[in-house]
Every structure is written in structure tokens, then in C-alpha cells.
Design a binder for this molecule. Structure first.
Ligand code: SF4
Length: 385
């Protein structure tokens, strides 16, 4: 899938001192959880929550229809509910989760990036990208990220906390509502694709991400009804979680952020590689492909003189030849003061040609949103500064 913002931004030359520990993705210290929300729960859970408020279970279905089908969380719109009940149910199950802190757009308004502030001040970003044939929401799964990739703005700031299921769904909901309202140039429409390529390592927040995938893909009133095949979950290569995902019976696409075909370089660019090596990550990816029948996306940020050598293209081709895989080359989004920058176009073309010549499907990813700090973490970094 050649879409989505460049996940990989920036980069300051921070030493990647520690191998990130995926098991340490829990919140640092004791913090309050986000308020519980309808979108955290499946339909049965919502009915139980409504029953706990002393109301009939079918009220949960009504509330769900308003939220997931009519895309409203405003009690005033819920005219099929008794007036005195609307406010009570909305207060209990539809609390505001994310407040738009800043919104930037480009591409004539068809690319829209939002910086959200959560209840505890945590900042996350999402991007809506409208193309002629699809509308993609790129969402964050964590506030910050603990994976410490040295070229990434989000990685430099570390992990703040995992997002709740409803906080993830809220980003898609906001995009769906913007599309339905006709406020995005091109007329009213719907979000067709969701990519987990914003801030965070999705598989390090496994339970919330998996529930969010279900909420996003289940038909209304259970969820937003977006096709599973149009959802992409990315990972830097948390092998046990990839295997677990393969067993979930889903047909979402897996994207593996590889960025280097050799362990020596990948240990540096993607520090979690010190725990799970390239061969192990790819083995898990092929297991995923076999279990789901879905082609795996191999994400490869093109970083000048770092990972763009011809021999690395040849090595990558040898690892992927004959596999159910597709390579997305991503021109790195350079930022002021960074020692990492995008590959020379001629070098990038040669890299692409070497893969294509060996029969590996390869595209260069669209880099929408560059002029609005499109890469993950850049807008949050700006605001924090
Ligand atoms: S996993 Fe993604 S968000 Fe996290 S540090 Fe690496 S590139 Fe950045």
C-alpha cells in the first residue's frame, strides 16, 4: 500500500543507548486511565454498562448507532432516547477523549493533520489523506514511543503512555465525521482505509490496538464498518506479537518497518532488532502472510549513505524474492538540524530498480503532508518546544 505519511521522520543523532523493551510499554509511574468510553467495549460490554446504570440493554444499541453509524456524540442529536436519559448516558459512555490542539492542512485541504490533547495532556497525532480513490486515516497507537529509533522524532521523546482503545477509535471517528460532513474538499465521503503508522509501536499496545481494529472494522452498530482488508497494522518487528496477531483470524495487512536488511545496521536503526533479528522478524512475517493470505508490506526508509547502498538492495531482494511481500520505499523526511536525510534520488532509483529487477514488488511511498510536519512526532515535537 503506497500511502500514509512517512512514519519516519526526523532524527537527531541520539545514541540508541538501550535496546527497547517491549514489555516496558506500560505507563511510567502510576497515572490515571482515560475515562471509559463506549468504544472501549464490544456490544455485550456496552449493554452491561448501560444495565449498570439501571437502563435497558437496547439503549446501548441506540447509543452505539448514534456513535458508529450517525457519527454523533451529541446528546441533542439522540432524539430516539428520552430527553432526560440522553445526557446521563452520554456523560457515562461518551466522554470527550481527545481535544484538537492544532490542525494543519495541505494538498488543497485534502491532507489534514491534527494534534490531539488527551485528558492528561498527552499529545498524539493523526492524519487524514484524501486520494481520488480512497480516504486514509493514519492513527497513533501510543503517546510517544519506546522503540527509540534514532531517526524518529517520536522515538526521541520516549513513551508517554499507551492509548486506550477508544482514544485510537476517536481518531478514526473524527476523520469519518469530517468526511461525512463534507468539510474535506471533494465533497462528502467516508474513510475507507486506516493505517496504524502514526505515533507509537502498535504491537506494543496489543490489546488496545486489537480491540480498536475490531471496533473500526465491525459493522454498525458494533463498529465503524471499515473493511479489515483496508486496515494496516505496522510494527518494527515484535516477533511474539506478530505471531499472536497471525492467530487472531483477521485479514488486516501487516507492515514491517525493516529499514535495513542486515543485523549490523538494523541493530542501530531499529534498536529492538537486538532482541529479534532480521531473520526472525521476516520468518514471523511470512507466517503472518501464510495465515492471512495477505501480502506483507516491508517499509524501508531511504536514508542517505546509511541504508541506501546497492549491495543492501541486493541483500534485501534476496531475503524477499518469492515471498508474499511488497516493499514501500520511503524517502526520509529531513528536518533541520538532523544528520539523517533522504537518499539522493538517483541512488533511490537504483535501489528500487535492483529490487524490481529481481522480481520484488516495490513502490515509493507517497510523502503527503511533508510541508505540515507530516511525519509522526514532528508536530508534537514542535508544540512541546
Ligand atoms: S517504532 Fe516508529 S514511532 Fe517508534 S521510534 Fe521507531 S519509527 Fe518512531
Amino acid at each position: 500500500m503506497a500511502e500514509a505519511i512517512p512514519l519516519l521522520p526526523i532524527g537527531l543523532s541520539q545514541a540508541d543507548s538501550d535496546t527497547p523493551d517491549p514489555s516496558r510499554t506500560a505507563v511510567r509511574g502510576a497515572r490515571k486511565k482515560p475515562p471509559p468510553h463506549l468504544a472501549d467495549l464490544d456490544l455485550a460490554g456496552r449493554r452491561a454498562a448501560v444495565a449498570a446504570l439501571g437502563q435497558a440493554g437496547y439503549r446501548a444499541d441506540q447509543l452505539s448507532r448514534h456513535f458508529f453509524a450517525r457519527l454523533t456524540d451529541d446528546p441533542a442529536d439522540m432524539t430516539d432516547l428520552p430527553a432526560q436519559l440522553r445526557g446521563e448516558l452520554a456523560a457515562a459512555l461518551l466522554p470527550p477523549l481527545l481535544t484538537a490542539q492544532r490542525e494543519l492542512d495541505c494538498d488543497g485541504g485534502t491532507t489534514r493533520k491534527t494534534l490531539w490533547r488527551a485528558f492528561d495532556g498527552a499529545l498524539v497525532e493523526s492524519v487524514l489523506m484524501r486520494y481520488p480513490e480512497r480516504v486514509t486515516m493514519c492513527v497513533s497507537s501510543q503517546a510517544g514511543c519506546g522503540m527509540a529509533c534514532p531517526f524518529c522524532a517520536t522515538g526521541q521523546a520516549g513513551l508517554t503512555r499507551n492509548l486506550s482503545t477508544a482514544e485510537i477509535v476517536a481518531q478514526v471517528f473524527a476523520g469519518a465525521r469530517a468526511m461525512a460532513s463534507g468539510s474535506v474538499p471533494g465533497g462528502a465521503g467516508r474513510v475507507s482505509n486506516v493505517v496504524f503508522m502514526g505515533m507509537g509501536e502498535p504491537l506494543a499496545n496489543y490489546a488496545s490496538v486489537l480491540a480498536a481494529v475490531r471496533r473500526i472494522t465491525e459493522p454498525a452498530p458494533a463498529g465503524l464498518g471499515i473493511s479489515q482488508r483496508s486496515v494496516t497494522v505496522s510494527t518494527v518487528g515484535l516477533v511474539p506479537a506478530i505471531r499472536r496477531l497471525a492467530g487472531e483470524g483477521l485479514s488486516v495487512r501487516l507492515a514491517v518497518s525493516l529499514h535495513a536488511p542486515d543485523d549490523e545496521l538494523r541493530d542501530e536503526l531499529v534498536p529492538v532488532n537486538r532482541r529479534w533479528k532480521v531473520a526472525e522478524v521476516l520468518d514471523a512475517a511470512w507466517e503472518y502472510a501464510a495465515a492471512t493470505g495477505r501480502r506483507v508490506s516491508i517499509e524501508y526508509a531511504m536514508i542517505r549513505d546509511v541504508n541506501d547502498h546497492g549491495w543492501r538492495a541486493d541483500l534485501l531482494a534476496s531475503l524477499l524474492a518469492g515471498r508474499l511481500a511488497h516493499v514501500n520505499l520511503i524517502p526520509l523526511n529531513p528536518t533541520p538540524g538532523s544528520r539523517w536525510t533522504a537518499s539522493d534520488p538517483a541512488v533511490a532509483q537504483d535501489f528500487q530498480d535492483r529490487l524490481a529487477d529481481r522480481g520484488v514488488p516495490v513502490t515509493v511511498r507517497d510523502t503527503r503532508g511533508r510541508e505540515i510536519d507530516g511525519a509522526c512526532g514532528q508536530l508534537a515535537a514542535t508544540v512541546r518546544a
